[in-house]
Design a protein around this ligand. Structure first.
Ligand SMILES: Cc1cc2nc3c(=O)[nH]c(=O)nc-3n(C[C@H](O)[C@H](O)[C@H](O)COP(=O)(O)OP(=O)(O)OC[C@H]3O[C@@H](n4cnc5c(N)ncnc54)[C@H](O)[C@@H]3O)c2cc1C
Length: 497
């Protein structure tokens, strides 16, 4: 039976962005419903169980930036929403991870000064470049990171820095590194960090990459305790406790502009609402508004963007704690001797899986109750998976899983006879639980000249794109952008009372 519902705002999607938007908007006094397609909340921040719930796997990695007291945007956001208790759900780590390159294990500590010292110790000839990098992170990276505070009128842009930043936004991170460093090795040690923003150094624009480095080095790198699902469930509880409504297993199919309100058709409801907040992919929003001619013109704007990378993940279980096998870092980034500068041809013929940075996440270290879990992750693209028949898909999945395990065993041969369970996911799996276009895990690629600002002017003013597609990828951005937009779009209501 289709039920009718009337709310001030309907949010499409209960990922981290939608949940934070919802909490922010109900806190400002609006009536809000979130309609979620899946049977549980979280989007990418969710988990699944195997072996009678003995193994718990996280669907995304749970590395989070921005939790340093007073400095990190996420820390500030949680404080402003009076969600300080959630800070206990994160653990700040003394180490970002270990880069494994040409048989060297380079452990990157978490404090910027210590990271700098580590780089200088390993690359003494690159001192000038390292100094320049940290100056740029502190100026360009910092200013980009302050975007959310600027939206809240709490930060004034330094125009002199911005002029130079524009140049950096036109080149790739790899070009930038090559302009400041003398040799290739330090470039290959720093480039794999791009994986945390779902990007590749020869694609991502240098300005955005400096933002990521600021968030990671200065903002406070942390891990969620347990899996991402834990945070998602706590955010849901907060949303409902503050008066929000969650509609589960309720995909949004269509919307129509009725003049003074929107009429939204979901799997189970017809919702009358003043505003729709879309955290789903922008191209789906255009499709949902098929009767609205002006919105169809937005397809041209969307042509400016390239759908980003998804992942291929191998979920692996060991028979003993990883620590016993000498795997103690929270994460290892395995870099091939030639670095991650692969070609289009490498990508087409699958050599890419042998070359590109492979992350080995030590889940057991962050969530000891979830089993002796490791996760092997490489960026991958939906274009390589969606068109395959079921048989081709399964064969390819087995082949890529084997390739990645082989690579991990080269660095960690000691785990070979301790692997008791493996299973993989592809961008197609990602799509199943998030409906993200082509299973992109990081929304649009942040290529040189990418301007997400174009997405803030959706032609229908009763529809707002508030998502990682329009604000940038990652947990921190998803949560902070959701909060900021929920506050800005709804605060007039509180002020007018
Ligand atoms: C393997 C992997 C590792 C990652 N590692 C990290 C990491 O270490 N650190 C980090 O910061 N980020 C990481 N990410 C990225 C991060 O998970 C995402 O950027 C972030 O979770 C996106 O949140 P979101 O709310 O914007 O979108 P999503 O999580 O995609 O949520 C969107 C929600 O909308 C719902 N939805 C979509 N369409 C509809 C519809 N029509 N009707 C109803 N509901 C709909 C979906 O079901 C989903 O629940 C990783 C991602 C992956 C896949």
């Amino acid at each position: 039976m289709i039920e009718n519902l009337e709310v001030d705002e309907l949010v499409i999607g209960a990922g981290l962005c939608g949940l934070m938007y919802g909490i922010s908007a109900v806190t400002e006094g609006s009536s809000v419903a979130i309609s979620e397609a899946h049977h549980k909340v979280g989007g990418y921040a969710t988990n699944f169980y195997r072996n009678k719930r003995k193994f718990v796997f996280d669907c995304s990695q749970h590395k989070v930036s921005g939790l340093k007291e007073n400095v990190g945007n996420l820390w500030n956001t949680l404080k402003r929403l009076e969600l300080q208790s959630l800070l206990d759900e994160f653990e700040l780590h003394e180490e970002i991870g270990t880069v494994v390159y040409k048989n060297q294990f380079i452990k990157l500590p978490s404090e910027p000064e210590d990271i700098k010292k580590t780089l200088i110790t390993h690359f003494p000839d690159e001192l000038a470049g390292i100094e320049k990098l940290f100056q740029d992170i502190e100026s360009h990276g910092y200013q980009h990171y302050m975007f959310f505070r600027k939206l809240m009128n709490e930060y004034t842009i330094n125009r002199d820095i911005l002029r130079e930043s524009r140049g950096l936004s036109k080149i790739t991170a790899r070009d930038y590194f090559q302009s400041i460093f003398k040799g290739p090795d330090i470039v290959e040690v720093l480039s794999p960090i791009a994986i945390y923003s779902g990007s590749i150094s020869n694609e991502v624009n240098a300005f955005y990459f400096l933002h990521c480095l600021y968030a990671m080095f200065y903002g406070g790198p942390a891990f969620m305790k347990g899996t991402g699902q834990r945070i998602s469930d706590l955010l849901l509880k907060e949303f409902v406790d503050r008066g929000g409504i969650l509609l589960k297993k309720n995909q949004v199919h269509e919307m129509e502009d009725m003049g003074d309100h929107m009429l939204v058709t979901t799997r189970k409801n017809t919702v009358k609402t003043k505003r729709v907040i879309a955290t789903c992919p922008p191209e789906d929003v255009v499709r949902m508004l098929k009767k609205d001619e002006k919105s169809q013109e937005f397809k041209e704007v969307l042509e400016n963007f390239t759908v980003g990378w998804g992942h291929f993940c191998v979920f692996a279980v060991l028979s003993v704690p990883p620590d016993e096998l000498g795997i103690s870092s929270p994460e290892y980034l395995l870099v091939s001797d030639t670095g991650d500068d692969f070609t289009e041809e490498d990508f087409e013929n699958d050599r890419y899986y042998d070359l590109f940075t492979l992350s080995v996440s030590n889940y057991h270290r962050v969530d000891p109750e979830g089993g002796y879990i490791l996760q092997f992750i490489v960026l991958d693209h939906g274009d390589r998976w969606f068109h395959l028949s079921e048989e081709e898909y399964n064969q390819r999945k087995d082949k890529i899983q084997e390739k990645l395990i082989k690579r991990v065993l080269k660095t960690f041969p000691q785990i070979e006879d301790k692997l008791i369970y493996t299973e993989s996911s592809t961008p197609k799996t990602n799509y199943k639980f998030t409906l993200a276009t082509k299973g992109s895990a990081f929304a649009y690629k942040m290529l040189p000249k990418t301007n997400l600002g174009l997405l803030s002017n959706f032609p229908n003013d009763k529809v707002k794109l508030v998502s990682t597609w329009s604000g940038g990828p990652g947990y921190e951005t998803a949560m902070c952008f959701g909060f900021t937009q929920g506050k800005l779009l709804n605060m007039e209501k509180t002020q007018n009372i």
